[in-house]
Design a protein around this ligand. Structure first.
Ligand code: B4P
Length: 194
């Protein structure tokens, strides 16, 4: 059986983490969130965590080399997966190329990119709201939130073109209730994966 490998894409606060939680349950996929893995390392006080924190607290991307190595070792922990949801990865074209090469060594590939589309004002609102009780330092400061959005526009948006060139890109309206957006994602998966 072919694996179902989904890149869930979108700006900070678009709902990637929120929708991933629902998708992994429905499709029995392995969830690989680079943001979550970094935060777990920060909590555990590991060397990787300390390095990641110095970038994340500034709203910057963690360097590609570190992120790619970490993602691959995390994916290797689930060799029998029916598929993966890549949440917050790839965030640069170099990460996207590395992911293609990595999956090729497993005789599989990305099935589709689903890109959540949400405008900037709504993103800022959601992140500041989460910042009130999540304990995430990168959600508390409007200047850091703006920096993350700028980094997304400058460094991450080209990843969309990378998948568009492979005919794997689908845009999804990311405004509305969490359940409505989830239905849109499921409809897209149904029409593409079959
Ligand atoms: P991430 O952890 O990926 O965080 P994020 O972009 O803020 O998105 P997240 O998934 O958490 O939020 P969501 O949209 O679900 O990255 C954090 C940092 O880690 C990056 O800035 C970077 O430094 C580093 N990093 C991670 N991956 C990296 C990589 N590959 N390369 C380099 N660096 C990397 O939700 C946001 C909020 O909106 C939530 O509070 C949610 O409840 C709310 N929400 C969701 N859906 C909603 C809806 N429909 N309506 C209203 N609110 C909604």
């Amino acid at each position: 059986m072919n694996m179902l490998n989904i890149v869930l894409f979108g700006p900070p606060g678009a709902g990637k983490g929120t929708q991933s939680a629902k998708l992994i349950e429905k499709y029995q996929l392995v969830h690989l969130s680079t943001g979550d893995i970094f935060r777990a390392n920060i909590k555990g006080g590991t060397e990787l965590g300390n390095l990641a924190k110095s970038f994340m607290d500034q709203g910057q991307l963690v360097p590609d080399e570190v992120t790619i190595r970490m993602l691959e070792s995390e994916a290797d922990k689930s060799p029998d997966a029916k598929g993966y949801i890549f949440d917050g990865f790839p965030r640069t074209p170099a990460q996207a190329k590395a992911l293609d090469n990595f999956l090729a060594t497993k005789n599989t590939s990305i099935t589709m990119m689903l890109a959540l589309e949400v405008e900037e004002e709504e993103l800022k609102k959601r992140l500041l709201l989460r910042g009130q009780d999540s304990g995430r330092p990168d959600d508390k400061d409007p200047a850091i939130i703006q920096k993350r959005i700028d980094v997304y526009r400058n460094e991450t948006e080209p990843v969309r073109d990378y998948y568009q060139a492979q005919n794997k890109y689908t845009g999804i309206d990311g405004i509305g209730s969490i359940d409505d957006i989830f239905s849109r994602l499921c409809d897209a998966i149904r029409s593409i994966a079959n």
